[in-house]
Design a binder for this molecule. Structure first.
Ligand SMILES: NC(=O)c1ccc[n+]([C@@H]2O[C@H](COP(=O)([O-])OP(=O)(O)OC[C@H]3O[C@@H](n4cnc5c(N)ncnc54)[C@H](OP(=O)(O)O)[C@@H]3O)[C@@H](O)[C@H]2O)c1
Length: 321
């Protein structure tokens, strides 16, 4: 058993987390934000390493009781300082798949992910939760921002730290990015009309991670895919039309687009071979973690303002994460 799977390094589940602190990376972003919120709701002390503590997103974290620690993933000393005395770490990094948003290279993502894990070991962290991607695995995908995560996962498993690795499906939030055609009464994505793909609401990633930190005896040493719903292209058409209150016609991205854009073409191929479509045991996850948001429930709940914005927005270049 690799050192990272040693359950003796964990404490038992503890309903009151009063004296324990979790350091959350990426807390001003989607996954880290959901994790910080869910951990606070569960009673943990939460510290966030943020680049800009005075930003609106950082201040919203402060408003729910998150302690802000100014730092940067490229600055090891700032990470080391934020890690002092923490019980657990939630680790997420930006990726090259996010395009110009962060301008991060695959090598940088790998470096950040390994550094966070190495410094967590150095600091004596008791539980590290790393969020990867469903397509990551032993076999390379040929896409830098997925294979980067497989490399970080392998590094973590080889370290003397109790760890859990989750591999989320594509986020429901991703489906609302500009460039999919919603503002023009259509929706284009990678799935063929009858092809099934899995997806998850970011909010559920937060809930699942909070449950993982609460029960290390169950989750240390595990790597597993997470998803909350499975949908075909036709299902997307039905759900989006209902929620938009007008017809939204679904079609897979045209072949010409997939052929002329190697990045999108490669993603489509990974959906076709099943790796990006996802293989999470959704029913098993619901038994473990309670109800997870279906796409319909998400569209009526946390996704509602995102859908409204996507229906109104002008078309723009795709930025897939
Ligand atoms: N979208 C999907 O469907 C999907 C599915 C599976 C996996 N993923 C993976 O999820 C990851 C992104 O997660 P996300 O969507 O939660 O992120 P996100 O919303 O884009 O937020 C990124 C977070 O990282 C922070 N950050 C960026 N550069 C930093 C730096 N140098 N130092 C410290 N913090 C930094 C940002 O802080 P600032 O506020 O300062 O910018 C922000 O809090 C990517 O690796 C992606 O491949 C995405």
């Amino acid at each position: 058993m690799p050192a990272g799977n040693d359950r003796s390094q964990t404490r038992s589940a503890d309903a009151s987390h009063d004296s324990k602190t979790i350091l959350v990376f990426g807390a001003t972003g989607q996954q880290g934000g959901a994790v910080a919120e869910a951990l606070r709701a569960a009673g943990w002390n939460v510290t966030a390493l943020v680049r800009a503590p005075t930003s609106a997103k950082a201040q919203a974290l402060a408003d729910i009781g998150v302690a802000l620690h100014q730092g940067d993933l490229s600055n090891g000393a700032s990470i080391r300082a934020a890690l002092a005395g923490v019980y657990g770490v939630f680790s997420v990094q930006p990726s090259s798949g996010q395009g110009a948003a962060y301008g991060v290279s695959d090598a940088q993502e790998i470096g950040y992910g390994k550094t966070v894990a190495d410094l967590a070991v150095e600091a004596g962290v008791r539980h590290l939760v790393y969020t990867s991607v469903n397509a990551a695995g032993e076999e390379k995908t040929g896409m830098g921002h997925f294979d980067s995560k497989a490399e970080i996962e392998a590094h973590i498993r080889g370290l003397a730290v109790a760890s859990t690795i989750i591999r989320p499906a594509g986020f429901m939030e991703l489906l609302m990015l500009p460039g999919m055609g919603l503002d023009q009464g259509r929706f284009n994505f990678f799935l063929r009309p009858d092809q099934v793909g899995q997806t998850i609401a970011v909010r559920d990633i937060g809930r699942i991670v909070a449950a993982i930190f609460a029960d290390p005896d169950t989750y240390v040493g595990r790597t597993f895919e997470i998803a909350g719903d499975r949908l075909t292209g036709k299902d997307l058409e039905k759900s989006l039309s209902r929620a938009a209150g007008r017809p939204i016609q679904y079609a897979r991205f045209p072949d010409a687009v997939l052929e002329s854009n190697p990045f999108l073409g490669h993603l489509a191929a990974l959906f076709d071979d099943g790796r990006l479509a996802g293989n999470a045991d959704i029913e098993g996850l619901q038994r473990e973690f309670g109800p997870l948001l279906s796409f319909d429930a998400w569209l009526d709940g946390p996704g509602k303002p995102l859908l409204q914005r996507a229906l109104e927005a002008g078309d723009a270049d795709l930025a897939l994460r």
